[in-house]
Design a protein around this ligand. Structure first.
Ligand SMILES: Cc1cc2nc3c(=O)[nH]c(=O)nc-3n(C[C@H](O)[C@H](O)[C@H](O)COP(=O)(O)OP(=O)(O)OC[C@H]3O[C@@H](n4cnc5c(N)ncnc54)[C@H](O)[C@@H]3O)c2cc1C
Length: 419
């Protein structure tokens, strides 16, 4: 276990203590704001260190204001990918359309950001690591709530008590499972599974994306750097059945992807071979988490754990950043956790719903499942070449952040009452 933490402060005994599970996007962002508001924060992460890797992510709209207030906007602007073009190919590798990325992503040029996922997690982690206790290589085993607090048993065997616990442990959240039961009841499967990994840039692509499609299948190569940098490869395919078993078995994931793409043209066989060699494969579903409530007693959820919108919206990271800000604000401005968790939901739910609804408004159109739908998409793409859209999606900016709460030191939340 790696433990880093703040030096002991006698006043710490009067701080509210909070345990956050997950050190990716939502977890460290929440830790930053809660530390600022006077909480004693511990973050537990099952990996041995903050996990880099993954496909580049978007930070847009309201989430830009969150990273600006955290002071990391200049660093992220520096890491901005700034792609030159997206090129779409047909089954044989012939060009369908080559267009400016902004026309597809719906981002505002000069304001919204696209950065490597690892660049964002590193920026968030370095911003909080000296102020917050991190427990790597560990995770929550059991949670036992009482009016005194939450007794936590860790997988390592350690036991501690916190005033509050937050699950920021992603779409397949263990905290959610402990609290509310199996994922299946909250998972809205959107019909796609995907694999992302890095591979050598034998194609000499530079700051561009190339995407091949047939009905129900897509293979994309994304060069976020120059011709000498590795590529992000992405294989996406339509499967009507939810995949809960395959998610737990990396060999089964690789075999399934290889079978699905066995007869694919263009350079897809080489991409599938590269997947077999990759040591950073990330495999998941296009799915959403939709829950009637984001908290139970002294435990709340944030980010993908509570309201994953799916990669089809490109808004998972932005929702995680905004949700973390709103939860911290609610805890800083409400005297007890019950009121705080209610305020967090009341003020954030509509924003979440608008962004999750993007999938129902044609966001999956990049991955048509029939020949007819693919032809319609291609026609739309050719139209975009002639006339790029001038407006962006209002859902991205649909929430105005509350002003920063005073840097108070909240009183312990130890009043007897229902958990
Ligand atoms: C390595 C990695 C690669 C990714 N790549 C992509 C991608 O290519 N495309 C895409 O659409 N999305 C990807 N994601 C998901 C994306 O980061 C999220 O959708 C989004 O940023 C919301 O972030 P989050 O912090 O809520 O959840 P996540 O980013 O999923 O983070 C959850 C964190 O919790 C940790 N964790 C999980 N279970 C436990 C546990 N029981 N105890 C302690 N810690 C736990 C995880 O290791 C992770 O650090 C990736 C996530 C990870 C972790």
């Amino acid at each position: 276990m790696t433990t880093t933490g703040p030096s002991m402060d006698v006043s710490a005994v009067s701080k509210r203590t909070i345990l956050i599970s997950g050190a990716s996007i939502a977890g460290p962002a929440l830790a930053y704001w809660l530390h600022r508001y006077g909480f004693a924060v511990t973050v537990v992460e099952k990996a041995g260190a903050p996990r880099g890797g993954g496909y580049p992510i978007d930070v847009r709209g309201t989430a830009i204001e969150v990273v600006r207030r955290m002071g990391i906007l200049p660093r992220l602007r520096h890491a901005h990918i700034d792609s030159r073009r997206f090129t779409f190919l047909d089954a044989d590798g012939g060009e369908v359309a080559s267009i400016h990325p902004r026309a597809v992503a719906g981002s505002i040029e000069g304001q919204d950001l696209e950065v490597g996922r690892g660049d964002l997690t590193a920026a968030l982690y370095t911003t909080v690591r000296d102020d917050v206790e991190f427990l790597f290589d560990d995770s929550i085993d059991t949670l036992d709530q009482s009016e005194r607090g939450v007794d936590v048993a860790f997988r390592s065997g350690n036991r501690r008590t916190f005033d509050l616990v937050v699950g920021a442990d992603g779409m397949h959240s263990r905290t959610r499972e402990i609290l509310f039961g199996p994922e299946e009841q909250f998972h809205r499967y959107l019909g796609y599974r995907f694999a992302v990994f890095t591979m050598p840039n034998t194609f000499r692509l530079s700051r561009e994306l190339v995407m091949w499609n047939t009905p129900g299948k897509a293979a994309a190569l994304y060069a976020t750097g120059g011709e000498d940098d590795d590529l992000h490869a992405f294989l996406n395919f339509h499967q009507p059945e939810p995949p809960f078993d395959a998610l737990r078995n990396p060999d089964a994931q690789r075999d399934l992807v290889a079978t699905i793409f066995a007869d694919a043209g263009w350079e897809v066989p080489g991409i599938v071979n590269a997947m077999r060699e990759a040591d950073d494969l990330f495999y998941d579903t296009a799915g959403q988490i939709r829950m009637p409530s984001w908290s139970s007693g002294r435990v709340a959820l944030v980010g993908d754990a509570a309201y994953a919108p799916s990669f089809l919206t490109g808004q998972g990271t932005s929702l995680a950043l905004v949700g973390a800000y709103m939860l911290a604000d609610a805890l800083a401005t409400n005297r007890d956790h019950t009121g705080a968790f209610a305020a967090y939901e009341r003020k954030t739910r509509e924003f979440v719903a608008m962004n999750q609804a993007l999938v129902d408004n044609g966001e999956a159109a990049l991955f048509p499942t029939t020949a007819r739908a693919l032809e319609q998409r291609n026609t739309k793409l050719r139209d975009l070449v002639a006339m790029p859209p001038t407006t962006t999606r209002s859902a991205h900016s649909a929430l105005t952040l509350p002003e920063l709460a005073p840097m108070s030191r909240p009183q312990p939340d130890h009043r007897p009452g229902p958990t």
